[in-house]
Design a protein around this ligand. Sequence first.
Ligand code: ANZ
Ligand code: ZN
Length: 830
Amino acid sequence: MTMVDGTQAQGEAYDAQSLQDKWQRRWTEDNPFTASEDPTDKRPRSYVLDMFPYPSGDLHMGHAEAFAMGDVVARYRFQLGENVLHPIGWDSFGLPAENAAIQRGTHPAEWTYANIETQAASFKRYAASFDWSRRLHTSDPEYYRWNQWLFLRFFERGLAYRKGGLVNWCPKDQTVLANEQVVQGRCERCGTEVVRRSLDQWYFRITEYADRLLDDMAQLEGCWPERVLTMQRNWIGRSHGADVHFQIEGREEPVTVFTTRPDTLYGATFFVVAADAPLAEELCAPERRSEFEAYREKVAKLSDIERQSTERQKTGVFLGRYAVNPVNGEQIPVWAADYVLADYGHGAIMAVPAHDQRDLDFARTFDLPVRVVLDTGEPDPRETGVATVGEGTMVNSGPLDGLSKTDAIERIVDVLAERATGNATVNFRLRDWLLSRQRYWGTPIPIIHCPDCGEVPVPEDQLPVTLPDLRGADLAPKGVSPLATATDWVNVDCPSCQGPATRDTDTMDTFVDSAWYFLRYCSPRMDSAPFDSDAVNAWGPIDQYVGGVEHAVLHLLYARFFTKVLHDMGMIRFTEPFTRLLNQGQVINQGKAMSKSLGNGVDLGVEIDNYGVDAVRLTMVFAGPPEDDIDWADVSPAASLRFLSRALRVMTEAGAASEPGSDPASGDIALRKVTHQTIDKVTTAMEAFRFNVAVARLMELVTAARKAIDAGPGAADPAVREAAETIAVVLSLVAPYAAEEGWERLGGKGSVSLGNWPKAEPDLLVQESVTCVVQVQSKVRDKLEVAPDIDDAELERLALASEKVQAHLQDREIRRVVVRAPKLVNIVVG
Ligand code: ANZ
Ligand code: ZN
């Protein structure tokens, strides 16, 4: 343990370890951060939430940063005297527990709960201001029971359904992945290349909420980071366009395509079906079949990203059929290709090579015709190989000729509607949420499959469907859920007809757990409902959510979806869960993300042993704005420790020299001004989430107080006490141990952390002005009243803007401006 010598005045060293031992014990006894449910408690409520951790081991540097930032937010609200809900829990289901258990030959529960205890102890040591009474673990049956209950409500409303279809499959983890969990064609967790498989899976119908998920973002504008809003918008991907029905020879029903450019309908020179769509197989002429099947096999191995890459040479197979363009009766060949995706739009397109680059690349590869239908003034795509996408005038388009693109879109949609061959429509990139997983460590899906009754919900009084223990069983991925091996568990009577039936053996995606945990915190022990609506309406929506930007799409979108469904069910009042969002940066080292292979990892436990919790937290907060990454090689926890020692010494000396309650009005006016300006600036910085600025101001106040003790009015001056008390309160946001200790030494009442935020006295904020003389060629031409701390640039700007000065400058060239802030500006002209 590093000791910093602070002995000069008090013979008292700053010993982080002993401060931690002392105050942690007190906090455990007093629970100062317990939220109040007392209805007579009239303090404003605020709900501050950190994204809950996954118990993958002990806390690491990333947690230390995230939770330092979140804690500053929560502690600030506590200091303002609000009734703050700042809960903690664990996102404790999921694959890593299962994989670790397989490796170590233990049960996932053992690994999980041991890690939770480790992290909980570390959070306590880290002095996070949590309400520990509300702690939850999503792998507890008391919690996941409500996942099941919610699933059944969704099921009743048609928002949970099972269907067969192509899904992303990770061959290593042997489980399906949601689209969101496929990153550049690879499994987000293990990096294995993902393949497509046809399976029956459970989905949540999130697409039904696509419009609202987009439109309600208006509420978040300015309160969530712009980049997160953009990512959500792109993920939902709303495009306006038209459905157009093409007749295909030998097929009764027309085939519909989605296009954002119905204006280009006369330029459609071929038709493309996704090679892996059932339609391609159906349309394929017998003589093309073997070629088609070979092609389809190759396509199955590709990820969506690869398929749509503009760099790849286009591939495809002619299906031996023709489609009929509904506006001019033209016959165009039908192809199967991989650049058209089976699950977007209708899985088929009309190809307009002149105005769509992918289509043009394809046309050039297979020597298909290209017809320009919008004259944009750009060079001919047939010569350049570059599709033209600009605005212009319609050509080669019969009745559309001469129209602008926008007018043509409107006209053609009318024509299509009249002939019942198309209509305007909106299409979304968003897919339904695939929630079933073929793994053990998750919430069992509460459905029983009966040969006679079909999908039968587990009756409510039989919830939770608890996981079979499977201790000692082989959980290694085999493609079917390990739950299927627990035959006693699987075989049940059908709740509806009492005949033999089987339980669904899949478990839920853990994003289900985190889609509503923030509601559970409001009434964590409720055993008759997932949450108490009154409590949720009293606390929610969450005022401030803090967490990593890696959750910008998945978790936040799902939580927003659940909130809307629960709102529609009448269970909650609000429609958006998180009023404000803060994404903290990452902790890196020597310019790179910490990793085992680079050997640049920093161990949080070691840092805390070396410098203490306060110094580590202070370093995190002081390093920069909370959104920025922190390079641990560029910061100095040792310097933080020295600062803490200085701060504690000021508090100690002031405490020893004066009694609490003395009237600061009689104190040293210069120091008082510094104190109140600090309060003012720190408050502004806190409201603007510039915690690093708040710390910088605090450091200045400590320096000013030190000076006042040593070279000014001395430690007994009431202004020194006022400064020291302010230091303790502001310091409590980042360095709770030093703050609490200093407060005690100052004789402060209760915990320093609750309801002590000071108010700046306006009188002490007024800065006197100084008269600045402005000269032109060394002759005084004007006098300005300016702030004493004005900087040179600002003073020069004011001087040059003066009308009197302008009158003397006229058009003469300024050769030099001499600025001596705040008293003098001299303008030298040529
Ligand atoms: C004809 C056309 C002409 C198109 C033109 C574009 C430009 P966004 O904006 O992403 O919604 N498309 C439709 N379904 C597709 C699928 N399953 N796979 C791949 N591409 C598909 O894109 C909509 C456009 O993407 C549609 O408009 C269609 O091509 C293509 F000058 O239709 B377009
Ligand atoms: Zn039945």
